[in-house]
Write a protein that binds this ligand. Structure first.
Ligand code: ARG
Length: 723
């Protein structure tokens, strides 16, 4: 739709005579046949069945949904998985200590025995997908009220999932597309024994840090290696020493032939979320209200964390992963707001809406169907706008102190504890809940530094108190902080952190020995968190849910209308963490007037950026030595230089991180890991001239594994072709 907005606005008709979409689009692989002619013209040599097939081995069998938040790909017949460094970051961090600092030094398992199990990490293979829209169309009357509709959708989905998984160990889900105009079933096989195999040091895997994040030109070796294990029977199994490397149905071969402009490139993965069919009013609200709020709240939290991380090496490791996660979307929102302004996205959308309305008005039948849909969507935003800030602050302020979100994790345990001493305790149920909660306790305290969190607590709750309308705040702010602490959030923080069992592991252990409800009820963090949660559930969520329901209901009409308006255009649904394929080409771009960016970066650029005094730009000594000797093995290009990253015009978003970049022959040529600064509006609008995908060149990945780390046993597992 947005390509459409852009073409009408700026006459940015693709210069090529090809019909159909340019390189915009996150396509459902099941339907890739519709794009196949165009893909072939662009350089694809595979058939649709070689990309996606439910019955025979196809590319999709080499793609995994990594941990539910990233993508990975299988690059050896022994289940070796390649993904981004920033996708493996949490696992790498959790294995790191001040003594064994894999973040700083990297890690390479010398053999399979040395690979590190990653508790809680799983990968999923897509078994098959299916269009199940007809069931929904048949069984749900078009005029069913929205709330009844959504329960009917849930019920039907549950039935379909049950049938699809009966007698198997598979997991399935039904996902809606185009706001519920279509429904698809996805069946997955989940593997829960995933082990860390190798990672470069941060100085390679995160080179450029937050300064370079979301930016081109880039010089980051953003990759890490894992392995998926299965039980002896080849089926998924919980971690066990006896598990064996999983034998995948398909393995990507790796091409070191290299890339050049206009080479065909496709990216296969699990994009998380786009909202490209929103109306202008929604974008206006984000630009004016919610994005700035997210930025300033994250800024506050990050500054506090950073100061303590810089002062204390243990805290640096404890907070590394949390910091990176919060910082990533902090910078994202900064970039998005700059982009919205520069690209005048709200105006573009308004123009599109005007044209759509004119089309609808030209015919009475259409007018009846679509004439008021844009207005209805705008009204939904208007109604929600007074509550929008609170909604953002809930996540970014109210529950940002770790102590509060941790306190809420004891919910299941607290419910097993009788509030009244006269009621008998069900010790069995309590013991079970304790065992369950203990996992959260260990995980929490491992990476928790209370003095840091206390600073966040005082500062960010004060921001909540100052910025949110008083009549929308939980009563505890007034009843406790104002009345008992004279509105002094530092004093409140002192009291909470001095007393709460959620701030002190020893106190928590003592509580868990014989948990009593009265201890929780008296705990200042627990009671504050629960009072806030209660408020959120009864007062903050309802207007949000109402808004969501309106957006879904009218979004369904609007997307149907857009498709009717542009019958010759191929439409693709918004990203929703389902598997997608996007195709395009290797392509440079022009970020601003008088500036042209190249499509590829080299190790020379790493050395140019080197700054030993800045942790983000340190170059490992060994890398500097290999550079000095130009010892690149077979990974240099024809100019003798070592490629590091390249860009393509593929259409990706968060969740695609770690996705394979695949050439026309189906071979791995790179690893997608980022988007570019000039197109941070990409999740809202695809701008074909500016939007690029940033990839690590596979030659840099192999060079680091082979020449830098000497992990040649891993290279031997792969099928490296091309030179
Ligand atoms: N922007 C990247 C993405 O969202 C993540 C990069 C992580 N690196 C960092 N410096 N925080 O996929």
């Amino acid at each position: 739709m947005l390509a459409l907005a852009l073409t009408t606005l700026h006459a940015r008709e693709p210069k090529s005579p090809l019909p159909g979409p340019p390189d915009e689009g996150m396509w459902l692989p099941l339907l890739i046949g519709q794009n196949h002619e165009e893909m072939k013209r662009m350089g694809l040599e595979l058939t649709p069945e070689m990309i996606y097939s439910a019955n025979q081995s196809s590319l999709k069998d080499a793609i995994v949904w990594f941990g539910g938040f990233c993508t990975g790909e299988i690059i050896s017949s022994e289940g070796l998985i390649l993904t981004n460094h920033h996708c493996g970051y949490d696992a790498i961090q959790s294995h790191s200590t001040v003594q064994n600092d894999y973040l700083t030094n990297g890690f390479w398992a010398a053999n399979k025995e040395a690979e590190l199990p990653c508790e809680g990490l799983s990968v999923s293979f897509l078994v098959r997908m299916e269009d199940v829209t007809a069931r929904f169309k048949n069984e749900i009357p078009a005029d069913l009220p929205e709330d009844q509709r959504s329960s009917k959708v849930q019920q039907l989905s549950a039935e379909i999932v049950k049938n699809a998984t009966a007698g198997t160990h598979y997991r399935a889900m039904v996902k809606d597309m185009f706001y519920g105009n279509e429904y698809y079933l996805f069946v997955y096989e989940d593997f829960t024994d995933v082990r860390l195999v190798g990672t470069p040091p941060e100085a390679v895997g995160k080179f450029g840090g937050d300064t370079d994040n979301w930016m081109w030109p880039r010089h980051t070796g953003d990759f890490s290696l894992f392995r998926v294990y299965a039980g002896k029977d080849g089926k998924p199994a919980a971690y066990s020493k006896d598990n064996v490397p999983h034998k995948p149905k398909h393995v990507l071969s790796v091409s070191i032939e290299g890339v050049k402009p206009n080479d065909f490139a496709m990216v296969f993965g699990f994009p998380g979320r786009t909202t490209r069919y929103l109306v202008s009013e929604s974008i206006k609200m984000a630009q004016e209200l919610t994005n700035p709020a997210r930025i300033r709240l994250r800024d506050t939290r990050l500054k506090i964390w950073k100061e303590d991380m810089d002062a204390n090496p243990a805290v640096r490791i404890q907070y590394a992963s949390k910091y990176a996660r919060i910082a990533n979307y902090w910078k994202y929102f900064i970039g998005q707001n700059k982009g919205l302004k520069r690209l005048r996205t709200v105006e573009q959308k308004q123009k599109l809406e005007k044209e759509f309305n004119a089309w609808a008005a030209a015919n009475p039948e259409r007018q009846a169907k679509y004439g008021s849909v844009v207005d209805n969507l705008k009204k939904a935003v208007e109604n929600f706008r007074p509550y929008a800030l609170n909604f953002v602050y809930i996540n970014e302020a109210l529950f940002a102190p770790e102590i509060l979100s941790f306190a809420l994790q004891s919910q299941a345990l607290s419910q097993t504890l009788p509030q009244d001493k006269k009621i008998a305790r069900n010790e069995e149920a309590i013991a079970k809940a304790v065992a369950e909660f203990r996992k959260a306790v260990d995980e929490h305290f491992k990476d928790y530094y209370p003095p840091t969190d206390k600073k966040v607590f005082a500062k960010i709750l004060k921001m909540y108190y100052d910025d949110i309308p008083k009549d929308q705040q939980p009563a505890v702010f007034n009843d406790v902080v104002v009345k008992q602490y004279k509105g002094d959030f530092n004093k409140f923080a002192d009291a909470v952190f001095a007393k709460s069992i959620f701030a002190d592991k020893a106190k928590m252990e003592a509580f868990l020995k014989k948990p009593e409800y009265s201890v929780l009820a008296k705990d200042p963090a627990w009671s504050f968190a629960n009072a806030c949660l209660q408020h959120v559930t009864t007062k903050v969520r309802p207007p949000y849910l109402a808004y969501e329901m309106e957006v879904t209901k009218w979004g369904r009409v609007y997307t149907a209308g857009l498709r009717e308006w542009q019958p010759n255009k191929k439409f693709y649904p918004d990203a929703n963490s389902t598997i997608r394929l996007t195709y395009g080409k290797v392509k440079d771009y022009k970020p601003m007037d008088a500036v042209q960016y190249d499509y590829i970066t080299y190790l020379d650029g790493v050395m140019e950026k080197e700054d030993p005094s800045n942790p983000e730009f340190v170059v490992p000594q060994r890398l500097g030595e290999l550079y000095a000797k130009k010892d690149y093995g077979r990974y240099a290009d024809q100019t003798g230089r070592l490629p590091v990253c390249f860009i393509t015009d593929n259409d990706i978003t968060g969740g695609n991180s770690g996705s394979p970049v695949i050439d026309g022959k189906g071979r791995l040529i790179g690893l997608a890991f980022d988007g570019n600064w000039e197109a941070m509006t990409g999740d809202l609008v695809f701008d074909p001239e500016l939007k690029r995908t940033i990839n690590v060149d596979i030659r840099y990945v192999l060079f680091i594994i082979d020449k830098y780390a000497g992990a040649t046993h891993l290279i031997k597992e792969m099928n490296v072709v091309g030179r």
